[in-house]
Structures are given as structure tokens and as C-alpha cells.
Design a protein around this ligand. Structure first.
Ligand SMILES: NC(=O)c1ccc[n+]([C@@H]2O[C@H](COP(=O)([O-])OP(=O)(O)OC[C@H]3O[C@@H](n4cnc5c(N)ncnc54)[C@H](OP(=O)(O)O)[C@@H]3O)[C@@H](O)[C@H]2O)c1
Length: 314
């Protein structure tokens, strides 16, 4: 299948690798110095836990013209970045679009495309379970097997067979989700609290003490309560229930300590995602205003973000 990956960062590069290995005709849209990195060297990925490096040759483009048609376009970038490419996507003739990454505003994305696309698009939203960072032109990826939670806003993903076909030989698991909006909003709560805690201890989780761990648990509870007040079902529920249980506080402190000695904080570092953290925090404010409930622990934790430029509530 003819596939475009729009965004050549950490997650987009891994997705492109998986789809190329699955036998698809993959093009990647890059910008800046990443264009030449990809043209000269291909997609170079160090698979951290798998102890291997892969190189994949890929077609590279730097702009998407209205007539460039693909079977599926995956937009894989930070939340605030994917908002900026909506006009380009709506002007393009391709019908099937999947936005991959954090996104607390899926309805506004869908509405924008419904209003502004000449032809009706099929839009899905996904979240790929992998992480990593960029280093000297290569991607260091941390993952188990490749996988993505994916769903649409109006119930069932009627074009799931097309997506399944793309991943058929890709050794990649698709988890179809019938409430992806709630999934992404629940995930945003977790991602933001983790980002605030990272800022609070300046990226060094060894510095995290019990007070910070307790504040983290309370802030998660406030965030989930805010979503529940607005009628969202927290998903996945078992993880949320675990962190919200008072007697698990010490266990969560221990988990934070264990996390500090794993490679994850170093390889998948929220400090490098400050713009997205700020954009997601602003989306949280919008929801909080609607819910109209106090979130004192959340607010205290969020105060650790630095610098606070562009933050609505600062
Ligand atoms: N990295 C992780 O560990 C991780 C883990 C889980 C989830 N996620 C989530 O997954 C999503 C994607 O993250 P990521 O790590 O892949 O981000 P990333 O490494 O920053 O990649 C985004 C890519 O999109 C490019 N881009 C942005 N705007 C563009 C535009 N207008 N035209 C062309 N290219 C554009 C960026 O180019 P520039 O480099 O030039 O800006 C960058 O190459 C985010 O929501 C993130 O929070 C990431």
C-alpha cells in the first residue's frame, strides 16, 4: 500500500520502519536537516532493548501537494504541531487519515477536516506504544513489540480492514478502541503528571521523595475526577484504579524509584517536549473550566513547569 508518514521524528520514524518491513510503499515527510539525514542515510534506528540497529531506505518529501494521493496518511507529531498541518491535510486528496500521538481535542480535528476538506475524509486517532529520542541523525527507540491503540469518533472503525492490511506483515499489534477520545484524554492526565514530576525533580527521578510521589497520586486522582465530572470514562480503568488507591501510595513511590534506574527517563524525556506539555496543559485548563472543580495538587505540581511561556493560566 502507498503510505505517507507525515512527521519524521521519534515515533514517525519507527512507524515508517515497521510499515516498510511490512511490505508497504512508504514515503516520509520531513523538514529541516532531517530531510538530508533521511535521504543520505535512510531511517537509522537503534532498537534499545532488541540490541539491534536497522536501516531502511525510504522516499522522502518535504511538502505535501494537494494531488499527492496515498492510501493512508499517518500524521505523527506533537499535538501542537499536528494542529498546524490540518490545512495541508484538508487540501490533500487522500481520503484516509490517522493522527498519531497525544491529542485531547480530537473532535476539533475531525470538525476542521469535515468543514474544510473538499471530499469527505475518514479520520482515525491513534497512540503508538513506543518512545525514545533522536541522537546524531538516528533514532533510539524504546519499545516492546510495535503496537497502536486506534479508533474513530463515531463508533466503529469502518475502514479497519484497510489499516489491518497495511500492518498485516509488519509485526505490529493494532488495538481497536471504541472510545479513543476518552482513552487519549485519560492518557493526557498521566502524561502531564509525569511531565510535571519530571520538571519538579529536574529530570532526575532519584530526587523524587515521598511528598512528591503523594502529590503525584493526588494530582492523578484530581485529573481523572475532572474527566469523570465531564462524563468521560477513564480508560484503561485498571491502571487508573491502581494509582487512585490510597494504600498504593508507597508502592507508587517505590515504582518511581525503580523507574529512576531504568533507561526510560533518559531515553524518553518529557523535558524535551516542553511545547507539547504547555499545549496539553492549556487543553487541560479548558476542560477544567468546564468541569469547574478544584485541583489543588495538580496546580501545585504544574507550577514546576519551567519556563511557563504561553501558559494560559500563568
Ligand atoms: N518520544 C517519545 O518518547 C514519545 C513516547 C510516547 C508518546 N509520544 C508522543 O507521540 C507524538 C509524537 O512524538 P515524537 O516523539 O515522534 O515527536 P518528535 O520526535 O518531536 O517528532 C515530530 C516530528 O514532526 C516534525 N514536524 C513538526 N511539524 C511539522 C510540519 N509542519 N511539517 C513537517 N514536519 C513537522 C518535527 O520536525 P522538527 O524536528 O523539525 O520539529 C519532528 O520531526 C507526541 O504526541 C508525543 O508526545 C512520544
Amino acid at each position: 500500500m502507498k503510505i505517507l508518514i507525515y512527521g519524521a521524528g521519534v515515533l514517525g520514524s519507527y512507524l515508517a520502519h515497521a510499515l516498510i518491513r511490512g511490505g508497504n510503499d512508504v514515503t516520509i515527510l520531513a523538514r529541516g536537516k532531517r530531510i538530508n539525514e533521511l535521504k543520505n542515510n535512510g531511517i537509522v534506528i537503534r532498537h534499545y532493548f532488541q540490541l539491534k540497529t536497522t536501516i531502511d531506505k525510504v522516499n522522502v518529501i518535504s511538502t505535501l501537494q494537494p494531488e499527492d494521493t496515498y492510501d493512508i496518511i499517518f500524521v505523527v507529531m506533537q499535538y501542537q504541531q499536528s494542529q498546524t498541518v490540518l490545512p495541508v491535510i484538508s487540501n490533500n486528496k487522500s481520503k484516509n487519515i490517522v493522527f498519531v500521538g497525544n491529542n485531547p481535542n480530537v473532535h476539533s480535528f475531525q470538525d476542521y477536516l469535515n468543514k474544510n476538506s473538499g471530499d469527505q475524509k475518514q479520520v482515525a486517532f491513534g497512540f503508538q506504544a513506543s518512545g525514545g529520542r533522536r541522537e546524531n541523525g538516528r533514532i533510539i527507540t524504546v519499545r516492546a513489540g510495535g503496537s497502536m491503540d486506534i479508533g474513530v469518533l463515531d463508533g466503529e472503525l469502518s475502514w479497519s480492514s484497510l489499516i489491518e492490511k497495511a500492518f498485516k506483515n509488519a509485526k505490529y499489534k493494532l488495538n481497536f478502541n471504541d472510545n479513543i477520545d476518552a482513552w487519549l484524554k485519560s492518557h493526557m492526565i498521566f502524561v502531564l503528571v509525569l511531565a510535571y514530576v519530571t520538571h519538579a525533580c529536574n529530570g532526575n527521578f532519584r530526587k523524587a521523595d515521598r511528598k512528591l510521589a503523594n502529590q503525584m497520586v493526588k494530582a492523578l486522582d484530581e485529573g481523572y475526577l475532572m474527566l469523570e465530572t465531564l462524563g468521560y470514562t477513564i480508560t484503561p480503568l485498571n491502571i487508573a484504579n491502581f494509582v487512585r488507591t490510597d494504600r498504593h501510595k508507597f508502592l507508587i513511590y517505590l515504582l518511581l524509584k525503580i523507574y529512576s534506574i531504568t533507561p526510560f527517563p533518559r531515553l524518553s524525556d518529557p523535558l524535551t517536549m516542553l511545547d507539547e506539555t504547555i499545549a496539553l496543559t492549556n487543553a487541560f485548563y479548558d476542560l477544567k473550566q468546564k468541569a469547574n472543580i478544584p485541583t489543588p495538587n495538580w496546580d501545585a505540581l504544574e507550577n514546576h513547569i519551567s519556563p511557563k511561556k504561553n501558559l494560559i493560566g500563568s
